[in-house]
Ligand binder design. Structure first.
Ligand code: HMG
Length: 395
């Protein structure tokens, strides 16, 4: 007898990890001589994750995905998509290191995707199509990034780092993707990072305008293709370069497309989505999925409700789509582990943060060992002849 056709496809599990260290915006404002309310109220940020010298996108990604593999096994995972814009190699996918650290079977395709903060959503959509073709398969989509702007630039307050791992499957336990996607691509230089730079270049105010214009265009495409009206969405998870952006974006959407924005309606739609992002900072590709984690963990009445997701990657590509929260979703959340990932970070003062930022990995092909600083399960142990050496820790 053929097995019954699944009723939907989407996110079955969601796990995130961040860094060893954290810089608070109170500490940043002391260094800069700014009023801290510019950060707390103005951009809605309280702290940003700062990687230890032996942490990077690979160690965070493996830390995020490890618990997913532990819970579900690896037998059905046939594809690993690694989404990042802070890649560590021009050729080799960071996902291959993760594949090795997690001991995944060799019968898997692994690939890295890039389009600024958008690529995890591309990964999710590609994964859903693969699973639709063969519902026995699962796809591991990992978004991992470290956001870095020049020191003392306006962007510095909007840095951060985190990885989110999504297991995409048939009959998902958390979110079933539903309805069309609204899409929008435009060649715009709002934020970019040439290969020879370790920090991003950004036209701050223009980037906010580009984000909002892309939101409006993606929303219009979503509606034109049969997407539900905004009133049918219980909440919207926005890409959050800083958490006030979610409020700004929803207000803009309602003003442009619904004739007005009641502040209470804006707060109801995005208020529960910002909890992790305001403490971790901009995690680029992972950001919209940290918003989803915060929403699912913060609201216990979402079963059966539709939530919107808006993914924006500078440069720029945007997508608006929706998913229906599944009955029993609360039983599959990782609230305690996520809260621990946030609270166990070690606060650093501005001078220590600056030292960490200025510690550059050698590029001369020599052999270097890195001190163990991470409290996570994997570390970058060193570099030997241009090869990155990763290893598990005893954590
Ligand atoms: P800035 O010049 O530091 O700050 O730039 P500001 O003067 O514009 O102030 C920010 C807000 O705080 C303003 O409110 C002020 O009024 C308010 P708004 O006009 O936005 O409503 N403010 C205060 N509020 C209370 N008390 C005070 C106070 N002082 C000021 N005392 C900017 C801010 C975000 C532009 C800057 O940090 C930056 O350039 N960040 C990087 C770029 C960015 O995050 N862009 C977002 C859209 S693009 C995107 O999301 C893509 C991205 O994630 C990259 C990717 O796709 O890969 C970045």
């Amino acid at each position: 007898m053929p097995s019954e056709r699944p009723t939907g496809f989407g996110i079955h599990d969601l796990s995130f990890a961040s860094t060893r260290f954290v810089l608070t915006h109170a500490e940043l404002s002391r260094h800069r001589g700014d009023d801290v309310s510019k950060y707390h109220a103005g951009i809605g940020q309280r702290a940003m994750s700062v990687p230890a010298v032996d942490e990077d996108i690979v160690t965070m990604a493996a830390a995020a995905a490890g618990p997913v593999v532990e819970r579900h096994g690896a037998d059905n995972i046939r594809t690993l998509v690694f989404a990042t814009e802070t890649s560590v190699d021009q050729s080799k996918s960071a996902g291959v290191y993760v594949h090795s650290l997690l001991g995944l079977p060799p019968q898997i395709r692994v690939v890295e995707l890039k389009q600024a903060c958008y690529s995890a959503t591309a990964g999710l959509q590609f994964a859903t199509a693969l699973v639709h073709r063969d519902p026995d398969q699962q796809v591991l989509v990992i978004a991992s990034d470290v956001s870095r702007y020049d020191l003392d630039s306006p962007g510095e307050a909007t840095q951060g780092a985190a990885a989110a791992a999504l297991l995409v499957s048939a009959d998902p336990a958390l979110i079933r993707l539903e309805g069309p996607s609204g899409l929008f691509t435009r060649d715009v230089m709002d934020f970019w990072r040439p290969n020879y730079r370790s920090t991003a270049l950004v036209k701050g105010k223009e980037s906010v305008t580009a984000y909002l214009q892309a939101l409006e265009a993606a929303w219009q495409d979503y509606r034109a293709r049969g997407g539900v009206p905004h009133g049918d969405l219980r909440a919207v998870c926005y890409h959050q370069p800083y958490s006030r952006m979610a409020h700004k974006a929803h207000r803009y959407l309602l003003e442009r497309c619904a004739g007005g924005a009641d502040p209470l309606a804006v707060d109801r739609a995005v208020g529960l989505t910002t909890g992790y992002n305001e403490l971790l900072g901009n995690s680029y590709t992972a950001s919209v999925y940290l918003a989803l984690a915060a929403l699912l963990e913060g609201d216990d009445e979402l079963a059966g409700r539709l939530v919107g997701l808006f993914s924006y990657g500078s440069g720029s590509v945007a997508e608006f789509f929706a998913g229906r929260v599944q009955p029993g979703y609360r039983d599959h959340l990782r609230t305690a582990a996520h809260q621990e990932a946030v609270t166990r970070r070690w606060p650093v003062d501005y001078a220590t943060y600056r030292d960490l930022r200025e510690t550059l990995l050698p590029t001369d092909g020599g052999h270097y060992s890195l001190p163990q600083q991470t409290a996570g399960p994997f570390r970058l142990a060193g570099i030997r002849g241009h090869e990155r050496i990763y290893e598990p820790t005893d954590r």
